[in-house]
Every structure is written in structure tokens, then in C-alpha cells.
Ligand binder design. Structure first.
Ligand SMILES: Nc1ncnc2c1ncn2[C@@H]1O[C@H](COP(=O)(O)OP(=O)(O)O)[C@@H](O)[C@H]1O
Ligand SMILES: [Mg+2]
Length: 229
């Protein structure tokens, strides 16, 4: 099976000298096509740092990253922008929607970053919105939507450019457990449908049965099993 994402011996140190803190200590992880992996760990454990490194938003202090079989450590800022735009979809804790764009235009904006949006992009936006149960909301502005709907728009937007990997940082944090589960179920369904990959940081253990694999980050290390009780 092909690996969509490979993180190889990643370490991250913030600061330098006596004030430096090693947040990640020699972490390796591979995510395969069609795989949905959850990352669990206490607050401050380095989960967001790890996800930012996986998404080429942050450089590691050491280690290698390969995204869709391309090593990124020696890439220029332009090349990295291109990778982020074409290969990765991000979903954050709050949906970060643009207040003055309709639901459909939030998706089309992503297509436009890559040039002018086409009829095909419009069809893809409509299809994604339909599939995520947002068809009736497509001409609405974010302020008219519920929290769960906003987060579903964020997920549809993340899929818009047909990325190889979705990276989600606590996507259910602002939702009640039922809405949260809907959102994670949609992530899981899309991963299977398109044979893409997703890596999700979550606090909510009730979501973990929807993932293929769970890894734990604690004290800068990654474990395949939970360490503390
Ligand atoms: N830019 C930064 N500079 C210095 N320390 C940071 C920075 N970002 C995060 N940290 C620290 O690194 C640790 C891990 O942070 P983070 O990755 O956000 O953890 P998590 O997402 O698991 O809560 C925390 O102690 C945090 O304070
Ligand atoms: Mg975090």
C-alpha cells in the first residue's frame, strides 16, 4: 500500500539555549492511502505542532517529511505553498469561514487560489455540499449556520482541491457530541470513498471508533498504545 504521508524521525525544539523546549522527540508515523488516523494526547503534548509539521506549515528541527511521495525538506517557499494548496486540506478547531462569502463561495475561493474557478469547480463544490448535507445551505452566509454546519463547510472546503491528505486539528472541539460525531463520520466516509488519507487530532475518545488507527503523543514521544491511565 502506498504511504500518503511519511514523517520520519521528527524532532521539534522551540526556542534556543537555556530557554529551549523539546516538544517532539524523534517521532515517526506513516499514513497510508485510505487510512484515517487519530492522534490523542494531553493538552500541550505537541499535537498541533506535529500536525503543523505534517502539513508543511512548520519546519521540524530535524527529520524528514514526505507528502504524496515527495520529500519536502529542501523545497522552496513557493514549492511548499504549492504542496499545501494542492496536496493538503486543513480543518481547524473553529471553522474559520469568511463572513462575507456564501457557503458555496467559500469552496470556490479555494479553487480560485489556483487560478480562475471553472464550471467543473462549481460542479465539484455543489457535489461536495450535497454530500455533506449542506445543499440547502449553499447560498447562506456563515452567520446563519449552526456550529455543526460551519464545521461541515470547513470539511467540504478542505476537500475542494482534491487533496491527498486531510489534516484536522480538534475539528469537533466546538460541537456537542452528536454533531461532532457527524463531522468525524463525514471525514471517515470521504477518506474511504476517495482512498485519500486523514490525520485528526482529537480530545474526544468517543470518536475513536470511527478511525482506523489511534496513536498517542505524550512527553514528546509517539505511542501506538495509551501510556497514562
Ligand atoms: N511557537 C511556539 N514557541 C514556543 N513554544 C511553543 C510554540 N508553539 C507551541 N509551543 C509549546 O509547545 C508545546 C506543545 O504545544 P502544542 O503543539 O500546541 O500542543 P497541543 O496541541 O498538544 O496542545 C506547549 O508547551 C506549547 O506551549
Ligand atoms: Mg493543539
Amino acid at each position: 500500500m502506498t504511504n500518503k504521508l511519511v514523517l520520519d524521525h521528527i524532532s521539534k525544539v522551540y526556542g534556543d539555549g537555556s530557554t529551549s523546549v523539546k516538544v517532539l522527540d524523534d517521532i515517526s508515523l506513516q499514513v497510508k492511502a485510505g487510512e484515517f488516523v487519530a492522534i490523542v494526547g494531553p493538552s500541550g503534548a505537541g499535537k498541533s505542532t506535529f500536525l503543523s509539521i505534517a502539513g508543511a506549515l512548520l519546519s521540524p528541527s530535524s527529520g524528514k517529511i514526505s507528502i504524496d511521495n515527495q520529500e519536502i525538506q529542501n523545497m522552496s517557499e513557493n514549492e511548499l505553498n504549492d504542496i499545501r494548496l494542492k496536496k493538503i486540506g486543513f480543518v481547524f478547531q473553529s471553522a474559520n469561514l469568511i463572513p462575507y462569502l456564501t457557503v458555496r463561495d467559500q469552496l470556490l475561493l479555494i479553487a480560485q487560489l489556483d487560478g480562475k474557478h471553472t464550471k467543473q469547480d462549481e460542479a465539484r463544490a455543489d457535489e461536495l455540499l450535497e454530500r455533506l448535507g449542506l445543499g440547502h445551505r449553499r447560498n447562506h452566509y456563515p452567520e446563519k449556520l449552526s456550529g455543526g454546519e460551519r464545521q461541515r463547510v470547513a470539511i467540504a472546503r478542505a476537500w475542494m482541491n482534491d487533496p491527498e491528505i486531510i489534516l484536522a486539528d480538534e475539528p469537533t472541539a466546538s460541537l456537542d457530541s452528536e454533531r461532532g460525531r457527524d463531522v468525524v463520520q463525514m471525514l471517515a466516509d470521504e477518506v474511504k470513498r476517495s482512498n485519500k488519507s486523514a490525520l485528526m487530532v482529537t480530545h474526544d475518545k468517543r470518536m475513536l471508533d470511527l478511525c482506523d488507527r489511534v496513536v498517542y503523543i505524550e512527553d514528546g514521544k509517539l505511542f501506538e498504545h495509551e501510556m497514562s491511565v
